[in-house]
Design a protein around this ligand. Structure first.
Ligand code: ACO
Length: 441
């Protein structure tokens, strides 16, 4: 890794000049393109990559994805094995520490997380200031960013021990804050975590304690296990929109609270974490399998998208989608069957058999079924992305830490291809007649 693997020869047809670029890790350095110039005074060649479809912005050892084959591994461990055999806190330990914990390490870690799970009373007051109908993602973003003001020492990002302290704090408090976000929307009080419960049991406890939804002990265990597996599945996914946003913000040496808040903001959009909410809206609109053909016609005409389908990286079945589908049946045993699952499975069956989707290699992604499970558990759709954010917090923090240690870390500063006007004379305000320029006309 990192050694010269060969050379890439480029001939510039404008000048006839030949350039030799070293290939390392199956890639060329974008900066090596800069030497390619038509005239010596020119800035040099840039690579143009809207949406970063073919640009590696960092080196990472956290997650591996092979989208063609439908493979996802965290630190080398296949997602299927982790979902089957590991708890979410165990997976978070793996992501943050680099390998799975021993029994003793896990017990110590779980205890550390529990002990940090309560929030300052002022955080509760801060959260109480939001309107009852504030979107939960807006409340989550703001509260996580506000933690930066509660822990000003977080700015000391050069200290390894300090970074670790902040990561544990943030990781431990996110589920508590997320549950408070839900309780705020329901006009409920903010109970403290229960130290006799594990991470996911606590999440369920804080969410529904003292409400008519509070599950019994047995139901609570089943729901906590399902939630825990969903958190494992959402824990990490390399350079997606939110993680690369986090790295971008962290590149200015921003503390982990504001960096994670920026990642949560990126996650809130319907093309990213908001997709499962959009899936339910879509299923509500379709309502009956009789209306699937008409819906599919509109999708294929480009009038709308089949939400929960397609992925920038996976051009095969998202391995997480398969596991989510399996979790659904366990949850329905406790909550009763959500009839939307039948509609979703019918949509999947039709889409996987349809040329439009086959040709474009569009398969269900992790969010196609997760919203149906969350709805069955009693979460309003606005909370789905909040649950995603809890899970992804482990991955975000692992990336934040990896980036802080990266010897090649530099402030992110992409280039642009400027297509605007050349130098233009500024006409004084009182002499300007209403003339609109091209794109604004
Ligand atoms: N439904 C219908 N057609 C689709 C869909 C879809 N869900 N997704 C992609 N396509 C089509 C596009 O229209 C395009 O067709 P064309 O070649 O005829 O123009 C082709 O497939 C390629 O699509 P792109 O938009 O270029 O794919 P991209 O990689 O940029 O987008 C994305 C990926 C954003 C996830 C897209 O598939 C999508 O919008 N899916 C629905 C939203 C969704 O489920 N998002 C969750 C992603 S997973 C996550 O964030 C956890």
């Amino acid at each position: 890794m990192g050694l010269d693997e060969g050379k890439l020869k480029i001939i510039d047809s404008r000048t006839g000049q030949e350039y030799t670029l070293p290939i390392r890790d199956s890639s060329v350095r974008a900066i090596d393109l800069r030497q390619i110039r038509e005239d010596p005074g020119e800035f040099g060649m840039l690579s143009y990559d809207p949406g970063y479809t073919n640009t590696a912005s960092c080196k990472s050892r956290i997650a591996f994805i092979d989208g063609e084959k439908g493979i996802l591994r965290y630190r080398g461990y296949p997602i299927e094995r982790l979902a089957e055999q590991s708890s979410y806190t165990e997976v978070a330990y793996l992501l943050l520490h680099g390998d799975l914990p021993t029994q003793h390490e896990l017990e110590t870690w779980d205890q550390e997380v529990l002990e940090n799970s309560s929030v300052h009373e002022n955080v509760k007051k801060f959260m109480d200031g939001f309107l009852y109908d504030a979107h939960p993602m807006g409340v989550l973003v703001s509260t996580i960013a506000a933690l930066s003001t509660f822990y000003p020492d977080a700015k000391q990002i050069d200290s390894r021990s300090n970074r670790y302290r902040q990561q544990v704090r943030l990781f431990s408090k996110i589920p508590t804050i997320a549950a408070y976000v839900y309780r705020k929307s329901q006009g409920l009080s903010f109970p403290d975590p229960d130290w006799d419960l594990n991470y996911s049991e606590n999440l369920i406890h804080i969410l529904w304690s003292g409400t008519r939804r509070q599950p019994g002990r047995k139901e609570s265990k089943v729901l906590a296990k399902a939630l825990d597996t969903l958190l494992v599945l959402h824990a990490e996914h390399e350079q997606n929109c939110s993680t690369s946003t986090l790295r971008q913000v962290a590149s200015s040496n921003a503390d982990p609270y504001v960096s994670v808040a920026s990642a949560i903001s990126a996650l809130s959009g319907p093309l990213h974490g908001g997709a499962n909410e959009a899936v339910l809206t879509m299923l509500d609109e379709i309502a009956s399998s009789r209306r699937i053909p008409d819906f599919m016609r509109r999708v294929k005409a480009g009038e709308q998208r089949l939400m929960g389908f397609g992925h920038r990286v996976y051009k095969n079945y998202d391995p997480r989608a398969r596991i989510v589908r399996e979790i659904a049946s366990n949850v329905f045993e406790v909550t009763g069957r959500n009839s939307k699952i039948d509609l979703a499975m019918e949509l999947e069956r039709i889409a996987l058999d349809d040329d439009y989707f086959v040709k474009r290699r569009l398969y269900p992604n992790v969010d196609f079924y997760s919203g149906i499970i969350y709805e069955a558990m009693g979460f309003p759709p606005e909370m789905f992305t909040v649950l995603f954010a809890i899970g992804r917090s482990a991955g975000w923090l692992a990336h934040w830490e990896e980036f802080m240690r990266d010897p090649e870390k530099r402030i992110a500063r992409p280039r642009q291809l400027y297509l605007g006007p050349d130098e233009t004379e500024l006409v004084p305000l009182d002499e300007r007649l209403g003339r609109a320029r091209g794109e604004f006309a």
